[in-house]
Design a protein around this ligand. Structure first.
Ligand code: SF4
Ligand code: SF4
Length: 408
């Protein structure tokens, strides 16, 4: 992979200060989207300073649930991607769009609208599993090697188009987490099984991100997802495009906008500590809208986002407490459509079909929430242990008290 290196702005400590553009975009319509994407890139110095004509770029979308329409806010919106692609094509850049998509024998890109968007523009669209994966050595905290999709490695640069969403296991999903889709789905399940703690799992996500860091991240936050993301939450209009070369900085700005301290997101804090990106908003050059003016303070986090305890407890205590905070999936039989997707995806093989419905043997569950992520029928609800509910209640009170004190 090659990318253009632009002159970095240096801070007082001589370390580069990444730039993040925050631009308003009210609708998924061609005009406003084109304007917002173009403006965000202009604020970063212009597309010409980031990528050169003639480059082959891989555009990594978030295509989590092939059967969900774009209105569910599960995937990167295809019209959002379309405007990015148009801009690339206008500059003589050759994009290929893709993700590793798990689903039946049909056309996995049809329902989400990516098939028609890419066909209309004459842009190749690939399910990464069709092109194979290559083993790459890594000096990660958790991983020493990983399999990366061939189109990602063969491209001159990667453009990451994440969707801003909550996540019931990692609390938040954005630029860093979106790159998890460049490794094979079987391996993703295996890592869920091997790294059931969300802090260890997040370190592993940072390892994968560092294996193929995108040259540019343009986050779809026009309609985000709040509550129990990444697939069963509630669409929430934020009306924003958030872009930057440093994906960690993009995640830091995005999480702050939805009311979460960036360092309470493990992927951000670990990546920043390892020098893979910048998570401290004081050290990020925010252009366009000021974060304060676009903050969604009432944005509903996932129940797993127990910030005080994550960041303030020593790790040995956190490990104990986090056992109480985990969310456990529970099938709602009345809603179950018996599609059996949850059975196929469960890395612990702990879901079975019983009387035409899915059934979970909770004693074997590793709380990865892959089943919750894959069930587009919203037939899996999440339960937290009483201690976890108590912790969340305490945290809510703490946050309210902090806001009140701030107002006095
Ligand atoms: S719980 Fe959801 S994913 Fe599992 S079989 Fe039922 S509908 Fe399908
Ligand atoms: S039941 Fe769901 S949360 Fe539990 S191990 Fe299986 S996929 Fe993961």
């Amino acid at each position: 992979m090659r990318s253009l290196e632009t002159a970095s702005c240096l801070g007082k400590d001589r370390r580069p200060i990444p730039r993040v553009a925050v631009v308003r975009c009210p609708l998924y319509e061609a005009g406003p989207l084109a304007q917002a994407v173009r403006r965000s890139l202009d604020l970063l110095g212009g597309l010409d300073s980031l990528l050169a004509p003639g480059m082959n770029v891989f555009v990594k979308i978030n295509h989590l649930s092939p059967q969900a329409s774009p209105e569910r806010a599960i995937c990167t919106h295809p019209l959002f991607a379309r405007e990015v692609l148009r801009l690339l094509l206008d500059r003589g850049i050759f994009p290929t769009v893709g993700d590793d998509v798990n689903f039946g024998p049909g056309d996995e890109f049809l329902t989400t609208g990516f098939r028609s968007v890419c066909k209309g523009l004459g842009v190749p669209l690939v399910n990464l599993r069709e092109r194979g994966f290559v083993k790459v050595s890594l000096d990660g905290t958790i991983l020493k090697s990983v399999f990366i999709a061939r189109p990602v490695l063969e491209a001159d640069a990667v453009i990451n188009l994440p969707k801003l969403k909550t996540h019931s296991f990692t609390a938040f999903t954005g630029a860093v987490k979106n790159m998890y889709g460049i490794i094979p789905s079987g391996l993703r399940l295996e890592y869920h099984r091997r790294f059931p703690r969300n802090d260890v799992f997040s370190q592993m996500l940072v390892d994968v991100f560092s294996a193929a860091p995108p040259s540019l991240n343009i986050m779809d936050a026009v309609v985000a997802m709040e509550g129990e993301g990444p697939s069963s939450g509630i669409p929430r209009r934020l009306g924003l495009v958030i872009a930057g070369r440093d994906g960690v900085a993009v995640d830091a700005a995005a999480s702050r906008i939805v009311g979460t301290d960036p360092f309470q997101v493990f992927t951000t804090s670990f990546a920043a500590a390892r020098g893979i990106g910048v998570g401290d908003l004081e050290r990020i050059d925010i252009r366009g809208e000021r974060i304060r003016s676009v903050e969604a303070r009432d944005f509903r986090p996932s129940a797993i986002a127990t910030g005080i305890f994550r960041r303030r407890l020593p790790s040995f205590l956190y490990a104990t407490v986090s056992g109480q905070l985990v969310l456990t999936p529970e099938i709602v039989p009345q809603k179950c459509q018996a599609c059996l997707e949850c059975i196929r995806i469960c890395p612990a093989r702990t879901i079975r079909e019983v009387k035409g419905k899915a059934w979970i043997d909770k004693s074997e569950c590793i709380h990865c929430l892959c089943c919750h992520e894959v069930c587009i029928h919203r037939s899996i609800r999440l339960r937290q242990r009483p201690v976890g509910r108590l912790v969340r209640g305490a945290e809510r009170l703490f946050k309210k008290a902090k806001t009140l004190v701030g107002k006095i």
